[in-house]
Design a protein around this ligand. Structure first.
Ligand code: ATP
Ligand code: MG
Length: 340
Protein backbone atom coordinates (compact mmCIF):
# COMPACT_ATOMS: atom_id res chain seq x y z
CA UNK A 1 0.00 0.00 0.00
CA UNK A 2 2.87 2.36 0.73
CA UNK A 3 4.16 3.76 -2.50
CA UNK A 4 7.72 3.33 -1.27
CA UNK A 5 7.60 -0.46 -1.67
CA UNK A 6 10.74 -0.99 -3.71
CA UNK A 7 10.08 -4.54 -4.80
CA UNK A 8 7.10 -6.31 -6.22
CA UNK A 9 7.56 -9.29 -3.94
CA UNK A 10 5.14 -9.57 -1.04
CA UNK A 11 6.55 -8.86 2.39
CA UNK A 12 6.88 -11.17 5.38
CA UNK A 13 7.45 -9.83 8.90
CA UNK A 14 7.80 -11.41 12.32
CA UNK A 15 9.60 -11.11 15.66
CA UNK A 16 10.66 -13.20 18.61
CA UNK A 17 11.44 -12.22 22.18
CA UNK A 18 14.85 -12.79 23.75
CA UNK A 19 13.15 -14.02 26.94
CA UNK A 20 15.23 -17.16 27.49
CA UNK A 21 18.68 -18.62 26.90
CA UNK A 22 17.24 -20.73 24.12
CA UNK A 23 14.26 -20.88 21.81
CA UNK A 24 12.16 -24.05 21.97
CA UNK A 25 10.50 -26.50 19.59
CA UNK A 26 7.30 -24.43 19.61
CA UNK A 27 9.11 -21.31 18.46
CA UNK A 28 10.86 -23.24 15.72
CA UNK A 29 7.97 -25.22 14.28
CA UNK A 30 5.28 -22.65 15.07
CA UNK A 31 7.10 -19.67 13.65
CA UNK A 32 10.77 -19.70 12.68
CA UNK A 33 10.57 -22.54 10.15
CA UNK A 34 7.93 -20.50 8.29
CA UNK A 35 10.12 -17.37 8.48
CA UNK A 36 12.84 -19.29 6.71
CA UNK A 37 10.56 -20.66 4.01
CA UNK A 38 8.94 -17.34 3.27
CA UNK A 39 12.35 -15.83 2.47
CA UNK A 40 12.24 -17.65 -0.87
CA UNK A 41 9.48 -15.56 -2.33
CA UNK A 42 8.99 -12.65 0.09
CA UNK A 43 10.89 -9.56 1.09
CA UNK A 44 11.46 -10.53 4.68
CA UNK A 45 11.90 -8.48 7.87
CA UNK A 46 12.64 -10.44 11.03
CA UNK A 47 13.48 -8.94 14.38
CA UNK A 48 14.54 -9.73 17.91
CA UNK A 49 11.86 -8.15 20.10
CA UNK A 50 14.23 -6.79 22.74
CA UNK A 51 11.85 -3.99 23.77
CA UNK A 52 9.09 -6.53 24.33
CA UNK A 53 11.47 -8.52 26.53
CA UNK A 54 11.83 -5.46 28.80
CA UNK A 55 8.17 -5.83 29.82
CA UNK A 56 9.20 -8.55 32.27
CA UNK A 57 12.23 -6.68 33.70
CA UNK A 58 15.17 -8.97 32.87
CA UNK A 59 18.61 -8.46 34.42
CA UNK A 60 20.61 -6.26 32.00
CA UNK A 61 23.49 -8.72 31.63
CA UNK A 62 21.05 -11.56 31.04
CA UNK A 63 19.16 -9.65 28.39
CA UNK A 64 22.38 -8.72 26.58
CA UNK A 65 23.45 -12.35 26.36
CA UNK A 66 20.03 -13.48 25.23
CA UNK A 67 19.93 -10.97 22.39
CA UNK A 68 23.12 -12.38 20.91
CA UNK A 69 21.96 -15.92 21.48
CA UNK A 70 18.72 -15.10 19.71
CA UNK A 71 20.53 -13.72 16.68
CA UNK A 72 22.78 -16.79 16.52
CA UNK A 73 19.80 -19.15 16.77
CA UNK A 74 17.86 -17.39 14.03
CA UNK A 75 20.88 -17.67 11.73
CA UNK A 76 21.32 -21.32 12.70
CA UNK A 77 17.67 -21.92 11.85
CA UNK A 78 18.28 -20.60 8.36
CA UNK A 79 17.38 -16.91 8.43
CA UNK A 80 19.63 -15.61 5.68
CA UNK A 81 20.89 -12.06 6.22
CA UNK A 82 21.55 -11.70 2.50
CA UNK A 83 17.85 -12.12 1.79
CA UNK A 84 16.18 -10.95 5.01
CA UNK A 85 16.62 -7.88 7.16
CA UNK A 86 17.49 -9.36 10.57
CA UNK A 87 17.58 -6.70 13.27
CA UNK A 88 16.94 -5.67 16.88
CA UNK A 89 13.68 -3.86 17.50
CA UNK A 90 15.46 -1.26 19.66
CA UNK A 91 17.77 -0.32 16.76
CA UNK A 92 14.82 0.98 14.78
CA UNK A 93 13.30 3.80 16.87
CA UNK A 94 10.38 4.08 14.46
CA UNK A 95 8.77 1.12 16.25
CA UNK A 96 8.25 3.09 19.45
CA UNK A 97 7.47 6.29 17.55
CA UNK A 98 4.56 4.65 15.75
CA UNK A 99 3.51 2.76 18.89
CA UNK A 100 2.69 6.04 20.61
CA UNK A 101 0.23 6.98 17.89
CA UNK A 102 -1.42 3.57 18.20
CA UNK A 103 -1.50 3.86 22.01
CA UNK A 104 -3.63 6.93 21.48
CA UNK A 105 -5.99 5.06 19.14
CA UNK A 106 -6.50 2.00 21.35
CA UNK A 107 -9.29 1.79 23.90
CA UNK A 108 -8.38 0.88 27.45
CA UNK A 109 -11.01 -1.86 27.47
CA UNK A 110 -9.86 -3.12 24.11
CA UNK A 111 -6.31 -3.58 25.41
CA UNK A 112 -7.68 -5.17 28.57
CA UNK A 113 -9.32 -7.95 26.57
CA UNK A 114 -5.99 -9.40 25.42
CA UNK A 115 -5.88 -12.90 26.88
CA UNK A 116 -2.10 -13.08 26.89
CA UNK A 117 -1.94 -10.02 29.17
CA UNK A 118 -4.51 -11.59 31.46
CA UNK A 119 -2.52 -14.83 31.67
CA UNK A 120 0.88 -13.24 32.11
CA UNK A 121 -0.26 -10.59 34.59
CA UNK A 122 -2.15 -13.19 36.63
CA UNK A 123 1.09 -15.12 36.89
CA UNK A 124 3.18 -12.08 37.82
CA UNK A 125 0.62 -10.85 40.38
CA UNK A 126 -1.60 -7.88 39.64
CA UNK A 127 0.71 -5.26 41.21
CA UNK A 128 3.84 -6.58 39.53
CA UNK A 129 2.62 -6.63 35.93
CA UNK A 130 4.03 -3.58 34.13
CA UNK A 131 2.16 -1.07 32.00
CA UNK A 132 4.57 -2.18 29.26
CA UNK A 133 3.13 -5.68 29.45
CA UNK A 134 -0.32 -4.16 29.10
CA UNK A 135 0.53 -2.09 26.01
CA UNK A 136 2.79 -4.73 24.42
CA UNK A 137 0.23 -5.71 21.73
CA UNK A 138 0.06 -2.07 20.68
CA UNK A 139 3.82 -1.88 20.19
CA UNK A 140 3.42 -5.14 18.31
CA UNK A 141 0.89 -3.51 15.99
CA UNK A 142 3.50 -0.85 15.22
CA UNK A 143 6.17 -3.54 14.70
CA UNK A 144 3.97 -5.12 12.07
CA UNK A 145 2.27 -2.24 10.30
CA UNK A 146 5.50 -0.29 9.75
CA UNK A 147 6.57 -2.86 7.16
CA UNK A 148 3.30 -3.21 5.30
CA UNK A 149 3.58 -7.01 5.37
CA UNK A 150 1.29 -9.38 3.50
CA UNK A 151 2.13 -12.27 5.80
CA UNK A 152 2.98 -12.46 9.48
CA UNK A 153 4.19 -15.99 10.32
CA UNK A 154 3.33 -16.66 13.99
CA UNK A 155 1.93 -19.32 16.29
CA UNK A 156 -1.73 -19.60 17.23
CA UNK A 157 -1.19 -17.71 20.50
CA UNK A 158 -0.58 -14.51 18.49
CA UNK A 159 -3.86 -14.60 16.59
CA UNK A 160 -5.64 -12.16 18.91
CA UNK A 161 -2.74 -9.70 18.77
CA UNK A 162 -2.79 -9.88 14.99
CA UNK A 163 -6.47 -9.07 15.06
CA UNK A 164 -5.70 -5.96 17.12
CA UNK A 165 -3.13 -4.93 14.51
CA UNK A 166 -5.73 -5.34 11.79
CA UNK A 167 -8.23 -3.28 13.75
CA UNK A 168 -5.72 -0.51 14.36
CA UNK A 169 -4.77 -0.43 10.69
CA UNK A 170 -8.41 -0.07 9.76
CA UNK A 171 -9.06 2.57 12.42
CA UNK A 172 -6.08 4.64 11.39
CA UNK A 173 -7.10 4.44 7.73
CA UNK A 174 -10.64 5.47 8.63
CA UNK A 175 -9.52 8.54 10.60
CA UNK A 176 -6.57 9.70 8.56
CA UNK A 177 -6.85 8.19 5.10
CA UNK A 178 -5.68 4.97 3.49
CA UNK A 179 -2.24 4.18 4.95
CA UNK A 180 -1.87 0.66 6.31
CA UNK A 181 -2.52 -2.77 4.87
CA UNK A 182 -4.44 -5.20 7.10
CA UNK A 183 -1.89 -7.99 7.45
CA UNK A 184 -2.83 -11.68 7.35
CA UNK A 185 -1.70 -14.00 10.10
CA UNK A 186 0.25 -16.85 8.53
CA UNK A 187 -0.54 -19.70 10.91
CA UNK A 188 -0.03 -23.28 9.75
CA UNK A 189 -2.41 -25.93 10.93
CA UNK A 190 -0.57 -28.70 12.75
CA UNK A 191 2.30 -26.58 14.04
CA UNK A 192 0.36 -23.59 15.34
CA UNK A 193 0.51 -24.83 18.92
CA UNK A 194 3.29 -27.16 20.01
CA UNK A 195 2.20 -28.35 23.43
CA UNK A 196 4.01 -28.49 26.75
CA UNK A 197 5.31 -32.03 27.41
CA UNK A 198 4.18 -32.05 31.02
CA UNK A 199 0.99 -30.06 30.61
CA UNK A 200 -0.21 -31.02 27.12
CA UNK A 201 -3.22 -28.74 27.13
CA UNK A 202 -0.93 -25.66 27.37
CA UNK A 203 1.47 -24.35 24.76
CA UNK A 204 5.21 -24.78 25.19
CA UNK A 205 6.42 -21.39 26.43
CA UNK A 206 9.80 -19.82 27.19
CA UNK A 207 8.55 -18.09 30.28
CA UNK A 208 5.72 -20.34 31.53
CA UNK A 209 6.82 -23.94 30.90
CA UNK A 210 8.60 -25.98 33.55
CA UNK A 211 12.03 -27.25 32.42
CA UNK A 212 10.72 -30.74 31.68
CA UNK A 213 7.76 -29.41 29.73
CA UNK A 214 9.86 -27.70 27.11
CA UNK A 215 12.54 -28.87 24.68
CA UNK A 216 15.02 -26.09 24.11
CA UNK A 217 16.70 -25.93 20.74
CA UNK A 218 20.00 -25.57 22.63
CA UNK A 219 19.36 -28.50 24.97
CA UNK A 220 21.95 -31.20 25.16
CA UNK A 221 20.64 -33.96 22.81
CA UNK A 222 20.57 -36.58 25.58
CA UNK A 223 18.61 -34.32 27.87
CA UNK A 224 16.17 -33.44 25.08
CA UNK A 225 15.62 -37.14 24.35
CA UNK A 226 14.99 -37.83 28.02
CA UNK A 227 12.38 -35.09 28.21
CA UNK A 228 10.51 -36.64 25.28
CA UNK A 229 10.69 -40.10 26.82
CA UNK A 230 9.28 -38.79 30.09
CA UNK A 231 6.50 -36.74 28.50
CA UNK A 232 3.12 -37.07 30.19
CA UNK A 233 0.86 -39.49 28.32
CA UNK A 234 -2.74 -40.42 28.79
CA UNK A 235 -4.48 -43.40 30.32
CA UNK A 236 -5.00 -46.37 28.02
CA UNK A 237 -2.33 -47.62 25.65
CA UNK A 238 -3.72 -47.17 22.17
CA UNK A 239 -1.84 -44.76 19.91
CA UNK A 240 -4.64 -42.62 18.54
CA UNK A 241 -4.92 -38.91 17.67
CA UNK A 242 -7.58 -37.30 19.84
CA UNK A 243 -6.53 -33.98 21.41
CA UNK A 244 -9.68 -33.88 23.58
CA UNK A 245 -9.31 -37.16 25.41
CA UNK A 246 -5.66 -37.93 24.65
CA UNK A 247 -3.84 -34.59 24.69
CA UNK A 248 -0.47 -36.10 25.65
CA UNK A 249 -0.15 -38.73 22.94
CA UNK A 250 -1.78 -36.41 20.39
CA UNK A 251 0.86 -33.76 21.08
CA UNK A 252 3.63 -36.31 20.50
CA UNK A 253 2.01 -37.57 17.29
CA UNK A 254 1.69 -34.11 15.95
CA UNK A 255 5.29 -33.23 16.86
CA UNK A 256 6.48 -36.38 15.10
CA UNK A 257 4.48 -35.49 11.99
CA UNK A 258 5.84 -31.95 12.09
CA UNK A 259 9.46 -33.02 12.27
CA UNK A 260 9.03 -35.67 9.57
CA UNK A 261 6.93 -33.29 7.46
CA UNK A 262 4.20 -35.85 7.06
CA UNK A 263 0.58 -36.14 8.19
CA UNK A 264 -0.59 -37.22 11.63
CA UNK A 265 -2.59 -40.01 9.95
CA UNK A 266 0.59 -41.40 8.41
CA UNK A 267 2.30 -41.41 11.81
CA UNK A 268 -0.68 -43.12 13.46
CA UNK A 269 -0.57 -45.77 10.73
CA UNK A 270 3.18 -46.20 11.19
CA UNK A 271 2.76 -46.93 14.92
CA UNK A 272 -0.40 -48.98 14.67
CA UNK A 273 -0.50 -51.76 17.25
CA UNK A 274 2.58 -50.42 19.07
CA UNK A 275 2.80 -48.94 22.54
CA UNK A 276 3.31 -45.36 23.71
CA UNK A 277 6.92 -46.23 24.51
CA UNK A 278 7.73 -47.05 20.90
CA UNK A 279 6.50 -43.69 19.71
CA UNK A 280 8.38 -41.90 22.48
CA UNK A 281 11.69 -43.62 21.73
CA UNK A 282 11.40 -42.91 17.99
CA UNK A 283 10.46 -39.29 18.60
CA UNK A 284 13.25 -38.87 21.17
CA UNK A 285 15.76 -39.91 18.49
CA UNK A 286 14.38 -37.42 15.97
CA UNK A 287 14.47 -34.60 18.52
CA UNK A 288 18.00 -35.47 19.68
CA UNK A 289 19.25 -35.26 16.07
CA UNK A 290 17.50 -31.98 15.54
CA UNK A 291 18.85 -30.21 18.63
CA UNK A 292 22.30 -31.74 18.18
CA UNK A 293 22.90 -30.15 14.80
CA UNK A 294 21.06 -26.97 15.72
CA UNK A 295 23.29 -26.50 18.77
CA UNK A 296 26.45 -26.93 16.73
CA UNK A 297 25.40 -24.37 14.15
CA UNK A 298 24.37 -21.89 16.85
CA UNK A 299 27.68 -22.22 18.69
CA UNK A 300 29.61 -21.46 15.52
CA UNK A 301 27.69 -18.18 15.12
CA UNK A 302 28.22 -17.35 18.79
CA UNK A 303 31.96 -17.71 18.29
CA UNK A 304 31.96 -14.48 16.29
CA UNK A 305 29.90 -11.84 18.15
CA UNK A 306 31.38 -9.00 16.07
CA UNK A 307 29.92 -10.60 12.94
CA UNK A 308 26.53 -10.92 14.69
CA UNK A 309 26.64 -7.19 15.46
CA UNK A 310 27.48 -6.40 11.84
CA UNK A 311 24.57 -8.49 10.58
CA UNK A 312 22.17 -6.80 13.02
CA UNK A 313 23.45 -3.34 12.05
CA UNK A 314 22.93 -4.03 8.36
CA UNK A 315 19.45 -5.36 9.06
CA UNK A 316 18.53 -2.27 11.08
CA UNK A 317 19.73 0.05 8.33
CA UNK A 318 17.57 -1.82 5.81
CA UNK A 319 14.57 -1.72 8.19
CA UNK A 320 14.95 2.00 8.80
CA UNK A 321 14.85 2.69 5.06
CA UNK A 322 11.33 1.30 5.12
CA UNK A 323 10.20 2.44 8.58
CA UNK A 324 11.48 6.04 8.47
CA UNK A 325 9.23 7.29 5.66
CA UNK A 326 6.22 5.51 7.19
CA UNK A 327 6.56 7.35 10.49
CA UNK A 328 7.09 10.66 8.67
CA UNK A 329 3.90 10.05 6.69
CA UNK A 330 1.93 9.06 9.80
CA UNK A 331 3.14 12.04 11.86
CA UNK A 332 2.15 14.29 9.00
CA UNK A 333 -1.30 12.72 8.65
CA UNK A 334 -2.16 12.99 12.35
CA UNK A 335 -1.34 16.72 12.29
CA UNK A 336 2.12 16.94 13.80
CA UNK A 337 4.34 19.54 12.18
CA UNK A 338 7.85 18.79 10.95
CA UNK A 339 10.68 19.86 13.24
CA UNK A 340 13.70 21.71 11.89
P1 ATP B 1 7.26 -15.99 26.18
O1 ATP B 1 6.82 -17.10 27.10
O2 ATP B 1 8.38 -15.16 26.73
O3 ATP B 1 6.11 -15.17 25.66
P2 ATP B 1 7.19 -17.63 23.85
O4 ATP B 1 7.69 -19.01 23.99
O5 ATP B 1 5.71 -17.43 23.86
O6 ATP B 1 7.92 -16.76 24.95
P3 ATP B 1 7.57 -15.58 21.87
O7 ATP B 1 8.89 -14.94 21.69
O8 ATP B 1 6.53 -14.85 22.64
O9 ATP B 1 7.81 -17.03 22.51
O10 ATP B 1 6.97 -15.96 20.46
C1 ATP B 1 7.77 -16.13 19.30
C2 ATP B 1 6.98 -16.87 18.25
O11 ATP B 1 6.84 -18.25 18.61
C3 ATP B 1 5.54 -16.34 18.06
O12 ATP B 1 5.24 -16.36 16.69
C4 ATP B 1 4.69 -17.35 18.80
O13 ATP B 1 3.38 -17.42 18.30
C5 ATP B 1 5.47 -18.63 18.52
N1 ATP B 1 5.22 -19.65 19.54
C6 ATP B 1 5.52 -19.55 20.85
N2 ATP B 1 5.20 -20.68 21.49
C7 ATP B 1 4.67 -21.53 20.57
C8 ATP B 1 4.16 -22.87 20.61
N3 ATP B 1 4.14 -23.56 21.75
N4 ATP B 1 3.70 -23.42 19.47
C9 ATP B 1 3.73 -22.72 18.30
N5 ATP B 1 4.20 -21.47 18.19
C10 ATP B 1 4.68 -20.87 19.31
MG1 MG C 1 4.95 -15.45 23.89
Amino acid sequence: MHSMSSSSRPRSLSGIQPTAESFHLGNYFGAIRQWVRLQDDHDAFYFIADLHALTVQPEPATLRTRIHRSAAQLLAAGVDPERSALFCQSHVPEHTQLAWVFNCLTGFGEAGRMTQFKDKSAKAGADKASVGLFTYPILQAADILLYDPHHVPVGEDQRQHLELSRNLAQRFNHHYGETFRQPEAYILEGTAKIVDLQEPTAKMSKSASAPNGIVDLLDDPKRAAKKIRSAVTDSGDEIRYDPETKPGISGLLSLYATIEQTSVDAVVAQFEGQQYGHLKVALADLVADLVGSFGERTRSYLDDPAELDRILARGAARAREVAGPVVADVYDKVGLVRGA
